[in-house]
Design a protein around this ligand. Sequence first.
Ligand SMILES: Nc1nc2c(ncn2[C@@H]2O[C@H](COP(=O)(O)OP(=O)(O)O)[C@@H](O)[C@H]2O)c(=O)[nH]1
Ligand SMILES: [Mg+2]
Length: 382
Amino acid sequence: MPFAQLVIGPPGAGKSTYCNGMHQFLGAIGRQCSIVNLDPANDNMSYPCALDVRDLVKLEEIMEEDKLGPNGGVLYALEELEHNFDWLENGLKELGENYILFDCPGQVELFTHHSSLRNIFFKIQKMGIRVSNMAGKDKTPEQELTTFIVQQLVVVHLVDSYTLTLPSMYISALLLSLRAMLQLDLPHLNVLTKIDNLANYAPLPFNLDYYTEVQDLSYLLPELENESSRLSHEKFGPLNKTIIDLVEEFGLVGFETLAVEDKKSMMSLLRAIDRASGYAFGPAEGANDTVWQVAVREGMGTTDVRDVQERWLDAKDEYDRQEEKDLEEEVRIRNAASQVETTGAAGSDDDMEDDDGHAYDEELENWKQNMPDSGVRVQRKA
Ligand SMILES: Nc1nc2c(ncn2[C@@H]2O[C@H](COP(=O)(O)OP(=O)(O)O)[C@@H](O)[C@H]2O)c(=O)[nH]1
Ligand SMILES: [Mg+2]
């Protein structure tokens, strides 16, 4: 397990859905991946779980036995896990060198001030792996030199993009993200999830890049005051200003975006995560590449937030229609290819198709041309 993502975020932010989606995406690009569930309340998993903390502790049993509520129960369960780290360590060793996704619990206390989750992450990081420099050679153990590689962990902190719809929620998301970054002290990416849902809410007063790049927060002050009569009270003015100054002084928080069902969005996020973890493409990704493997490796997946704005807010319906058309076209090409294959008439255009009769080069070319790269810079509305 040389590389892993620690997926955190408040309940409902989309952690388990993301783990499922990322597991499928990594599988599609040929990266061996396993999911480890660290959420003792997660009793309905939609993904194949390689190691489940519920085999060690179950939230409902703790609540029953120790007369705790759901929040206290999760904290207690994580303390149990910390004190029984051997169980996790042995389980992780079984997973060999797979890329790991940790689906973490959502109680914010765990990544704002409670120490167990942080201690568990540090222990995982220290586990590392030993790599022999003499594999396969006839040497005694004394002669054998080993290099210790520290585990490369990246915290992926998911926040529902619904928080953008109210200035006070956005500020609290900034504070939460900042606190998690300081508390966990690991390479860290904050991600606004469900970006495909944003168009369903009232229009935002600023463009998406304002929120993802955490631009001049003083613009938010009047918006905050307009939000509710309580926030416009004279006492709140200086408090709001102080909080905003605090976030700006650290200058640490920024956001990636994610629509979990959109491959381009997943690819763009994976590239950001790979940059943060220093992931080097291994031999598992090489021969028989699919279009998505090529695209991830060649860096074609980097998406600008202004393109995300155009795709999911400004021209969502047009893009949805176009994608539907592209999909129909892809299905048509696949069907035509498989028909050619079954009638044995294949071979007229070998270099355009792989063994499955799939027109990868053509698909790659189409895809490159359809990459959202309009060059239009959307102006801030307010
Ligand atoms: N529209 C949309 N819904 C999502 C996305 N990601 C997650 N969801 C939904 O958000 C809800 C909560 O997701 P879940 O993964 O259970 O959140 P968790 O509590 O953080 O593990 C589910 O109903 C998901 O279907 C997304 O990218 N787009
Ligand atoms: Mg979950």
